[in-house]
Design a protein around this ligand. Structure first.
Ligand code: NMX
Ligand code: MLT
Length: 572
């Protein structure tokens, strides 16, 4: 700690303290490790982790302990009472080695941090780096289990000490305006800044692309990595992500009755209707429902919620692919490939093998996963889960919200609209004037321009931008991509001129369709199913945390029109 006092840079001191704390945490783990209840393979892995860490420091420890043994033997010979021996034993055998170890590890931490901080742009980056370094556990459940008490404590403290802090005021506009701008939900995984867009656990999309493991070096972030990040707040290593990929594959078996439930619908049913039906059929296997009926204690609700969530995420691609093949292809199921990651496997089961399409699917699923808690699908899932409905019930409800054209169905509407432009002019290669006329035609017929505008964003959606970058790299000459680029120039000034649109810029849905179409997924009515599969990766972590944090049943207060008028009369 002496080193800390010499530090001029406060950030650096904080980093050092974090590193030292993680060393003490390790000592604590070594001591407490045997007491922990272990689950499945995670037990082995955590034991492995302890062994590995002990193993690494063994030479130092052995030397120290040998020295202490030597001194201890000498001392024992010269002391008079057993009591003194006892005290000395603890001092020499336990306390002194621990102090030594912490000291030397702090010195080594200091030197590691010195070199590391030089490479980091800011404190947040360095803290995240440290968080990554502090975990080698490849079992997500046990990783989460370690975090739960800490988060519970934080929430308890907030409630106890700051329960009355005001976060804003509620206006009539908010009540009549879809609760825009009303901060009323806790959501751990992500937050949307109106100008910068989404951050997953504080990380922007470019940061995720740089720091989360991909299928190959420099590849797009793997959806499994996003899941790990959203759930734990930690950047996973490639080893952790590979382990999660494997775990998801091992959970991906679909009961036959789920296919039969979908088959009971006419093939003409919209893919989203078929998808929700499939998810409802999967609910039959809910671990949470079983555990609740078996009388599980509230403190452990999150555990079967975790099981349901991982099973749900694991099984969605196969259900979704079945719907695609049933509706648009030969109806034959393409089995999961045990060598592929989550996003690539989904593409493979749909029937695509082009490595570029597989890579696009990784990006697609990652960026569509989460968009804080207030969007219709995420909020719906959280609301429906709040009376302890299990994750399948909650997610099926979320999908029904996603299926609305102002939310997730917009991706379908965008490609349909783009196709109608091409149909109108007989070519995608049209002038700015022609495009402008078409946009006015859309608006004058009382429709919205799909893919533009947002409830929170006030700038171009970074999810649009990263898809554009992908397109620029892989399909710059695609005529529909070029049309999408032209639309991005022409729509915003027109929407701005209307004077009422708060965000004239493109959102995530403005771009995805042309990329999917380019790679051969041309059936736009299916696009929202892709969005739905991805959204499970953002929603499920929050459902788990809702149970771990004991979040209550959601039940806001409504107001009648008469009461609202009366309240307004009073305040004017
Ligand atoms: N085209 C035409 N009018 C629009 C558009 C648009 N793209 N966006 C907003 N407006 C209108 C909106 O209909 C409203 O008109 P009115 O007062 O006559 O009802 C007015 O502008 C004010 O709306 P905003 O406050 O700017 O937007 P709001 O937060 O209410 O709605 C959306 C957000 C996303 C629902 C809206 O922008 C929209 O309908 N966009 C097109 C559909 C779309 O792309 N949805 C996908 C959103 C992303 N996602 O994946 O979920
Ligand atoms: C989403 O991804 O959920 C959409 O952008 C809608 C939203 O955030 O409201």
């Amino acid at each position: 700690m002496a080193c800390l006092c010499c530090m001029e840079d406060l950030d650096f001191s904080i980093l050092l303290a974090i590193e030292i704390m993680s060393d003490y945490e390790l000592l604590y783990m070594l001591r407490e490790g045997s007491k922990r209840r272990r689950v499945g393979t995670s037990h082995k892995e955590q034991r492995g982790r302890c062994r590995e860490r002990v193993g690494n420091s063994k030479p130092k420890r052995t030397k120290l302990l040998n020295n202490r043994n030597h001194r201890s033997q000498t001392t024992t010979a010269s002391t008079a009472t057993q009591k003194q021996n006892h005290h000395h034993f603890w001092l020499v055998q336990v306390v002194w080695p621990l102090v030594h170890m912490a000291f030397f590890r702090s010195i080594s931490a200091l030197s590691r941090l010195r070199s590391r901080v030089g490479q980091q742009s800011n404190l947040a980056d360095s803290v995240r780096w440290l968080q990554t370094q502090s975990s080698t556990n490849t079992d997500l459940f046990s990783e989460l289990k370690e975090l739960v008490p800490e988060y519970q404590e934080r929430v308890k403290k907030l409630k106890k000490e700051h329960g009355n802090v005001e976060l804003g005021k509620i206006t009539v506009d908010m009540v009549l305006g879809g609760m825009r701008g009303m901060t009323a939900l806790l959501w751990l995984g992500s937050a949307v800044d109106p100008d910068e867009g989404i951050r997953f656990r504080g990380m922007s999309i470019p940061e995720c692309q740089k720091k989360l493991p991909g299928a190959f070096p420099g590849g797009e972030p793997l959806p499994e990595a996003v899941l790990w990040l959203l759930l734990t707040g930690k950047i996973p290593s490639k080893e952790q992500v590979d382990s999660l990929s494997q775990e998801l594959r091992s959970r991906a078996t679909i009961p036959d009755y789920a296919y039969k439930a979908i088959d009971a619908l006419p093939v003409s049913a919209h893919p989203m209707t078929q998808f929700t039906t499939g998810v409802m059929a999967l609910q039959v296997q809910s671990e949470f429902q079983k555990a609740y009926e078996g009388g599980i204690a509230k403190a452990r609700y999150w555990e079967p919620t975790y099981e349901d969530s991982l099973n749900l995420i694991a099984r969605l691609p196969a259900i979704a692919a079945y719907i695609y093949r049933r509706k648009y292809k030969d109806g034959k199921i393409i089995p999961l490939d045990d060598s592929l990651d989550y996003g690539a496997n989904y593409a493979h089961m749909l029937g695509f093998e082009d490595p570029e399409m597989l890579e696009f699917m990784r990006l697609y699923v990652s960026i569509h996963s989460d968009h804080e808690g207030g969007n219709v699908s995420s909020h719906t899932a959280h609301l429906v889960a709040s009376p302890l409905s299990d994750p399948y019930l909650a997610f099926a409800a979320a999908l029904n919200g996603l299926a609305g054209p102002l939310h997730g169905l917009a991706n379908q509407e965008v490609l349909r609209w783009i196709r109608s432009i091409v149909a109108e002019f007989g070519t995608p290669n049209i002038s700015t004037e022609q495009l402008s006329d078409f946009i006015y035609k859309t608006l004058n017929s009382g429709q919205v321009v799909p893919g533009y505008g947002h409830g929170v964003l006030r700038q171009t959606d970074p999810r649009y931008t990263c898809q554009r970058e992908f397109a620029l790299k892989h399909l710059p000459n695609d005529p529909l991509f070029q049309l999408v680029s032209k639309i991005k120039e022409v729509v915003p000034p027109i929407l701005t001129k209307l004077g009422k649109v708060k965000n004239p810029w493109p959102n995530v849905d403005a771009h995805s369709g042309v990329l999917l179409n380019y790679y051969g997924l041309t059936e736009e009515n299916y696009y929202t199913v892709l969005f739905g599969v991805a959204r499970s990766i953002g929603v499920a972590p929050q459902l788990i945390w809702d149970r771990a944090l004991g979040m209550p049943l959601e039940r806001p207060k409504s107001v009648t029109l008469e009461k609202l008028e009366q309240l307004c009369g009073k305040s004017s």
